[in-house]
Design a protein around this ligand. Structure first.
Ligand SMILES: C[S@@+](CC[C@H](N)C(=O)[O-])C[C@H]1O[C@@H](n2cnc3c(N)ncnc32)[C@H](O)[C@@H]1O
Length: 465
């Protein structure tokens, strides 16, 4: 067998670090802890300055790429300046051979020509990395099932495929054998969530175990998260709890079309139960939770501008939901079961540390559709989905993932999307996510839902409902 070239595994990350006197390390890390420090498993964010033992380098999050620190909120910058001179230096982090794994599982995709050596490869990885790596598995065949779960063959170690992975400060528990997970989408998850604002209402139609939903919840968005795979929803709920955003995430286990219909159907006047109501963020303290009052903020930031300006919003990860339901019973804290919201609201002034009520049929800000093989087909569900008389504010941004082959064009994909919507899309944005094969790339097509998609009800119909 050929020699193992460990350098092939190396990945270099270009980061920024603050050079500070070592006695200030604790104070500086405290200031930067809410999402501005490098947060990667097994990587220390504070290291000795190789040029001077009396100094420390405090490594900043990969989302902070501007040496002028303009990505860090001004008040944090002011506090930093009060502590010391700000000296920003470039920092290269090299992640080597032994770094790569997802929790205790090393999952491989061994090419056909190396399959005769699969057991040797697995044993090397296992022996070199035990006890951190306890399972070595190889992906078998192409993914063909609708839940997009690959089949794995265990090559070394125990057959337990339940593990925990970290993405930008959030923790995700998952079972590789039961749910979809792709670590290569980490940057895309964070890019998209960076377009969301605190208080936005998000609809994640193909949520998986929550890599869009959980950071959105951490940012203070209200998230309606759906997946057809019951195991994904089970892990999504677990992950919402682990990351303390269960008050922000409302889970559904439905086909995406049924989910959208369920979410957007306007309840009749006699409907007292609030199966589709979620709650929008409010900060801790005394608040008026007015039953039936939408708090959709109509705060329609220009996503296009943000796309162009920056893909990073540094208030996001690490800004975990500020408050917990200190007055609630344990049951209230549990994730909402498939739309059956159990929280009670009334018009009284109550101690409310949770989010305020929102009604998705009146407003939502972003819809995420990450099922690239067929999300375009699901666009037909938007035609006539929203009732014009109920809607408040701008129409939502739709972020629809798709594959584009080298033989296809963006224009072709756009016309397919327009056919499904039965409406023209104004100013579409195509973002190339990653190449998935030599002739095929994953894209995210973002656009504002066209007004033609709104349902205009007749007088007759209105009086019935
Ligand atoms: C490509 S994965 C994306 C998961 C997650 N958003 C992520 O980025 O990792 C697509 C997800 O869609 C779910 N799915 C497939 N068909 C579906 C349908 N008809 N309705 C709802 N979810 C579906 C699968 O179970 C899977 O979890």
């Amino acid at each position: 067998m050929e020699k193992l070239d460990e350098s092939q595994f190396e990945q270099r990350m270009k980061l920024c670090a603050l050079r500070i006197p070592r006695e200030l390390a604790s104070a500086v890390t405290r200031l930067l802890r809410s999402g501005h420090l490098l947060d990667m498993p097994r990587v220390k964010p504070v290291v000795e300055d190789p040029g001077n033992g009396n100094n420390r380098l405090v490594v900043l999050s990969e989302r902070i790429q501007n040496p002028d620190l303009s990505d860090i909120p001004e008040q944090v910058q002011v506090s930093l300046k009060q502590l010391c001179n700000i000296d920003v230096v470039p920092y290269t982090l090299t992640l080597g051979y032994s770094y790569w794994s997802a929790g205790h599982v090393a999952h491989l995709n061994i090419p056909d020509e190396l399959l005769p050596y699969k057991d040797v490869i697995a044993k090397v990885i296992y022996d070199k990395n035990y006890p951190r790596i306890q399972t070595v598995a190889n992906k078998v065949g192409a993914i063909s099932n609708e839940f997009r779960v690959p089949k794995f063959e265990i090559l070394a170690g125990k057959s337990d495929m339940v593990t925990e992975v970290k993405q930008y400060g959030a923790t995700f528990r998952l079972d590789y054998g039961l749910v979809y997970w792709n670590s290569r989408l980490e940057h895309e998850h964070i890019r998209l969530v960076s377009l969301f604002k605190k208080g936005d209402v998000i609809c994640d139609m193909f949520a998986g175990i929550g890599p869009f939903s959980i950071p959105a919840g951490q940012k203070g968005c209200v998230v309606y998260a759906n997946d057809l795979n019951p195991d994904s929803i089970r892990y999504l709920k677990t992950n919402a709890k682990i990351n303390k955003v269960e008050d922000y995430i409302f889970t559904y286990n439905l086909d995406a079309r049924v989910f959208m219909q369920t979410l957007m159907s306007v309840p009749g006047p006699e409907t007292k139960s609030e199966p589709q109501l979620a709650t929008a963020n409010c900060s801790s303290g005394e608040m008026v939770c007015a039953d039936g009052q939408s708090t959709s903020n109509g705060n329609h930031n220009d996503v296009r501008e943000i796309f162009q300006k920056s893909l990073n919003d540094h208030s996001m990860v690490g800004t975990t939901a500020k408050r917990r339901q200190d007055t609630s019973s344990e049951g209230d804290l549990a994730c909402q079961e498939d739309g059956n919201q159990t929280k009670k609201r009334n018009n009284k002034k109550v101690k409310c540390t949770g989010p305020l009520p929102v009604k998705p049929w009146e407003h939502m800000d972003h819809v995420v559709m990450n099922l690239p093989a067929s999300a375009l087909h699901f666009l037909d569900c938007f035609s006539g989905l929203i009732q014009k008389r109920c809607w408040k504010g701008s129409l939502p941004w739709i972020h629809c993932y798709c594959f584009i082959r080298s033989s296809e064009t963006e224009e072709l994909i756009l016309s397919e999307a327009e056919n499904k919507l039965n409406a023209k899309i104004a100013e579409p944005i195509f973002h190339r996510v990653r190449d998935v094969a030599p002739n095929k790339a994953m894209f995210c097509l973002s656009f504002r839902l066209p007004t033609e998609c709104l349902k205009e009800e007749t007088e007759d119909h209105m009086s019935i409902s």
